[in-house]
Design a protein around this ligand. Structure first.
Ligand SMILES: Cc1cc2nc3c(=O)[nH]c(=O)nc-3n(C[C@H](O)[C@H](O)[C@H](O)COP(=O)(O)OP(=O)(O)OC[C@H]3O[C@@H](n4cnc5c(N)ncnc54)[C@H](O)[C@@H]3O)c2cc1C
Length: 433
């Protein structure tokens, strides 16, 4: 029996925000395409994040240009609302998304253009493939994690709520947006929490009546094309939780959290921390204060009438855990029963056989246009700029990728005079050359 093969111009893999944005731009340009999503639209917002998660940016900012959230512009939508938003967005233009279909392998065709795509529901032939499978595909737990059956160890992607953890204290490793919010939630739930703090940026939630998203926008920071030297692995500690507050590690410590430096190693039930806590917190303060300075200069230069906020510059006194930082902790003696690894994610393109990865498996591309003609990437951190992996950034990157695809289609469609004559006799308007 002959196997039925679907043919499509452009196949988009993944229907998170990147896949939905891609589909919108391809639709506008009239490019025939199909989006395959192995689960549901925006699945990661539904099931791969903790229960209380809200967007890190306010509703007016963390969205696509063409549709607003149905909540106050300055509020922070919860994760279900974000998922519902993308679903509704896709419905608006009838996006050709097939859910529940996994792409298992993409291979370049030999001696002819295009790609053969194996999916959980058959084979597809596509001229082009856009990998929109997300910036955060595979949770990463570092190799130092102890083999200890008495400890519950989970990645932040598997954390849901405090009740999920056994009674006892918790060590949260990583103080970016995820680690800090989870640590705070656990402390509010009455847990003793140790938070391992590495290098981080710590913008004010808002300053002079404007959210930090606004400041980063007007100051051109979302448009930075590459991370600043030495800041490639720096996380950003921001949160929209509880209506949105500035993350202040000293305040968390004064409320009872124990801050520690980078987690170095585990041996015989004892964890060792680096002696970098104070430096890390101080550098976070410098980043915070630098943004206030830049904001003040912007207000002055543009003669804006925004209320002054001198109290934003008050940094609380160092808590005891900073003046005498812990360098090691006996987990049993401290009653630690769980470790949450908020240590980030890696990409996984094992399904994509293409000549566009470096020796470390990192995609090689220019603004999403890969080295392998016909393969595109979308949604990756710093794809074209700092905003690329975020909701408001991916939409603009998708536009660029869609334009590139439309242009390539024109080259493919080109026929020389002879071919044109054979394909369809040419009729010219009188007088038009
Ligand atoms: C905890 C957390 C909070 C965040 N909060 C914000 C925020 O507030 N604001 C903001 O702008 N950004 C936020 N981000 C960053 C970013 O917006 C999200 O990570 C977002 O989910 C990325 O969207 P995406 O479409 O690029 O990827 P994803 O949402 O990861 O979507 C990729 C899709 O591809 C599918 N897929 C993968 N492989 C295959 C395959 N082989 N076949 C078929 N389908 C496949 C997956 O099922 C998934 O649905 C947050 C990230 C995290 C981790």
């Amino acid at each position: 029996m002959a196997v039925e093969i679907t043919r499509i111009d452009t196949l988009v893999v993944g229907a998170g925000q990147a896949g939905v944005a891609m589909s919108e731009h391809l639709t506008k340009l009239g490019v025939p395409h199909l989006v395959l999503e192995r689960e549901r639209i925006a699945e990661r917002w539904r099931t791969m994040r903790w229960d209380s998660l809200v967007a890190n940016g306010p509703a007016w900012h963390d969205r696509f240009p063409g549709l607003e959230f149905d909540i106050d512009d300055d509020a922070f939508p919860d994760k279900e609302k974000v998922a519902a938003y993308f679903e509704a967005y896709a419905r608006r233009f009838n996006a050709p998304i097939r859910t529940g279909v996994e792409v298992k392998k993409v291979r370049r065709n030999a001696n002819r253009p295009g790609f053969t795509v194996e999916t959980s529901e058959g084979v597809i032939e596509a001229n082009r493939v856009v990998a929109a499978t997300g910036p955060f595909q595979r949770p990463v737990i570092p190799a130092i994690a102890p083999q200890d059956e008495h400890l519950l160890q989970i990645h932040s992607a598997d954390y849901r709520n405090p009740q999920q953890l056994p009674a006892g204290a918790v060590l949260v490793v990583g103080a970016g947006s995820s680690g800090t919010q989870i640590a705070d939630e656990l402390m509010q739930a009455g847990r003793q929490v140790y938070l391992s703090v590495g290098a981080h940026d710590r913008p004010p939630r808002s300053y002079r009546n404007r959210d930090f998203c606004w400041w980063l926008g007007v100051l051109g920071e979302w448009d930075q094309e590459t991370p600043k030297a030495g800041r490639e692995h720096v996380t950003i500690a921001v949160s929209g939780a509880g209506g949105g507050k500035t993350i202040d590690f000293r305040r968390l410590a004064h409320q009872g959290m124990t801050l520690v430096g980078l987690t170095r190693s585990f041996e015989n039930g004892v964890v060792q921390f680096a002696g970098d806590l104070v430096d890390n917190v101080r550098r976070g303060d410098e980043n915070y204060l630098a943004l206030l300075d830049a904001a003040d200069a912007y207000v002055k230069r543009n003669g804006l009438d925004l209320p002054e906020e001198p109290e934003a510059r008050i940094i609380p006194a160092d808590p005891a855990c900073m003046s005498e930082p812990l360098r090691e902790l006996d987990l049993v003696a401290a009653g630690v029963t769980s470790i949450i690894w908020a240590t980030g994610f890696a990409t996984d393109f094992s399904w994509l056989e293409a000549d566009t990865f470096d020796a470390n498996g990192k995609p090689q591309h220019q603004r999403g246009v890969s080295r392998e003609p016909g393969i595109y990437f979308l949604g990756l951190p710093w794809l074209s700029r700092r905003g690329s992996s975020f909701i408001w950034g991916v939409w603009h990157d998708a536009k660029h990728v869609a334009d590139h695809i439309a242009t390539q289609r024109k080259y493919t469609a080109y026929r020389d005079a002879e071919q044109r004559h054979v394909d369809a006799p040419i009729t010219r308007l009188q007088g038009v050359k």
